[in-house]
Design a protein around this ligand. Structure first.
Ligand code: UD1
Ligand code: MG
Length: 465
């Protein structure tokens, strides 16, 4: 497709009252601008994002999305300079659109996140189209004037409208597709002779409509709703959530408390997944068949296999969890956690850069960082891999079928061979060979009758001394 999409994202977003550029405010974890970009067809010649306010942040975000492979087509940017209106934004794009050999331009706004991919595809394929919506309270949107046959006749901004025009409920959704030569010509002729002293893109669209027929299509208002305030953001998020829940319920997923669950647009759920109340899944998350995610659990950028039970209140990020594992409650799986099948991670266990083979159990109160643990090994309560010496991180390699007794500190770097047993309460600083029994404990002392003697001293105030 020789269409190029232009995405307007240079505005300040004053009403968001934020240091973050408006187009980077998230809806279910993904910034508004990313929603817009991801809805673009894959075969577009390119997309041009118009930036200015918060440019550095927007450019950094675009770079990270490109690196993560999230952008469907090549994206370039144009700095509009001080934004003087939507028409001015398009004027700033003229050299870039010429360079790209554009024949057709589709214009979208970076703060309108919920336009579906099918609507965007339809827009990009159209010759001359404007997307409109019918609103009972049209507010500050531009009003759409149509010829008797429905063709676009005019666009009037609310601030420039007569009372009769203000009463119109059909409003401009701000999404257009137009032939580039005609739009280019109209942009060069724009003036800012209006109530806001801005160069209106709408004036250029109307100028094109005088030359060729521009179709007006009415969409579901949800698809064209813009994010101008935190109220809009909350409403858009609720709408997105309803849409996503409807989709996954249709695919055989149970939401025990729809509405309390936040599932992002890049989450993939297989059938018979159950999401308990208050679950949040953000970024790129895949959950396998029949896996249950417990109440209050947060999962970001992770892959979970089938048949897993994540009990309530776990926090999981950048982790892979194998089939049939049991996690939590209250577990924290951090970046680089890779659990094979049937691993048990219990309450108050933290893992980071930890590769645990099949059937490893760490059921209570442990820190497992920078470690590899072999098949069937049992990690007792309170075990800690002491991976950090204050300057560098070191690794702990534990073999298969090892028993690490409770309250053991494993001071890395350390290698523990297959089948070793480490006695509870040990501080292990040297490698342990396979099948060895390692203990490092202060020998115990017991004094007969010593408890009574101590208590009487305590009563006299002489205590242990
Ligand atoms: C615009 C339309 C209005 C339509 C509404 C739909 C014009 C003149 N009006 O109004 O008819 O009903 O969108 O949402 O186009 N932007 C820039 N550079 C600028 C100005 C804006 O990049 O100089 C970007 C903003 O960041 C935003 C988008 O363009 O993403 C729309 O701008 P905004 O100021 O919200 O336009 P509206 O007044 O809402
Ligand atoms: Mg707006």
């Amino acid at each position: 497709m020789s269409t190029v999409a232009v995405i307007l994202a240079a505005g300040l977003g004053t009403r968001m009252k934020s240091r973050l550029p408006k187009v980077l405010h998230p809806i279910l974890g993904d910034p508004s601008l990313l929603w817009v970009l991801r809805a673009l067809p894959k075969d577009l010649r390119g997309a041009v994002v118009v930036v200015h306010h918060g440019k550095e942040q927007v450019l950094a975000a675009l770079k990270s999305w490109e690196q993560a492979g999230l952008l469907p087509c090549p994206v370039t940017t144009v700095d509009q300079g001080e934004p003087l209106g939507t028409g001015h934004a398009l004027q700033a794009c003229i050299p870039e659109l010429d360079r790209l050999g554009t024949s057709q331009v589709a214009v979208l706004c970076g703060d309108v996140p919920l336009t579906t991919a099918s609507t965007v595809l339809h827009l990009c394929a159209a010759e001359a189209l404007l997307l409109a919506m019918d609103l009972p309270t049209p507010g500050s949107y531009g009003r759409v004037l149509q010829h008797s046959d429905g063709r676009l006749a005019g666009l009037v901004e609310a601030k420039d409208a007569t009372p009769t025009q203000l009463a119109l409920q059909r409003v401009n959704g701000g999404a257009y597709s137009l032939p580039w030569p005609a739009l280019r010509k109209a942009l060069l002729a724009l003036t800012n002779d209006n109530a806001q002293k801005e160069f209106y893109l709408t004036d250029a669209v109307v100028a094109v409509a005088r030359e060729i027929s521009v179709t007006v299509e009415v969409c579901d208002p949800e698809e064209l709703a813009g994010m101008n305030s935190r109220h809009d953001q909350a409403a858009l998020q609720a709408a997105a959530q309803r849409r996503i829940e409807r989709h996954w319920m249709g695919e055989g997923v149970t939401f025990l408390h729809p509405g309390s669950t936040l599932v992002g647009p890049r989450v993939h759920l297989q059938q018979d997944v159950v999401l308990e109340p208050g679950v949040r899944l953000e970024g790129s998350v895949t959950v396998g068949e029949g896996t249950r995610i417990g109440q209050g659990t947060v999962i970001v950028d992770s892959v979970l296999g089938p048949g897993i039970e994540v009990r309530p209140y776990c926090v999981i990020g950048l982790a892979h969890i194998g089939e049939g594992s049991k996690i939590g409650p209250f577990a924290r799986l951090r970046e680089g956690t890779e659990l094979a099948e049937g691993v048990h991670i219990g309450n108050f266990v933290e893992t980071k850069k930890a590769k645990l083979q099949r059937g490893v159990k760490a059921n209570h109160l442990a820190y497992l960082g920078d470690t590899e643990i072999g098949t069937g090994t049992n990690i007792g309560a309170g075990v800690i891999t002491c991976n950090y010496d204050g300057v560098n991180k070191h690794r702990t390699i534990i073999g298969g079928n090892v028993f690490v007794g409770s309250d053991t500190q494993l001071v890395a770097p350390l290698v523990i061979g297959d089948g070793a047993i480490i006695g509870a309460g040990s501080t292990i600083t040297k490698d342990v060979a396979a099948d060895s029994l390692a203990l490092s404990r202060v020998p115990q002392m017991s004094h007969d009758g010593g408890a009574s003697r101590l208590r009487s001293r305590q009563k006299k105030g002489t205590g242990l001394s």
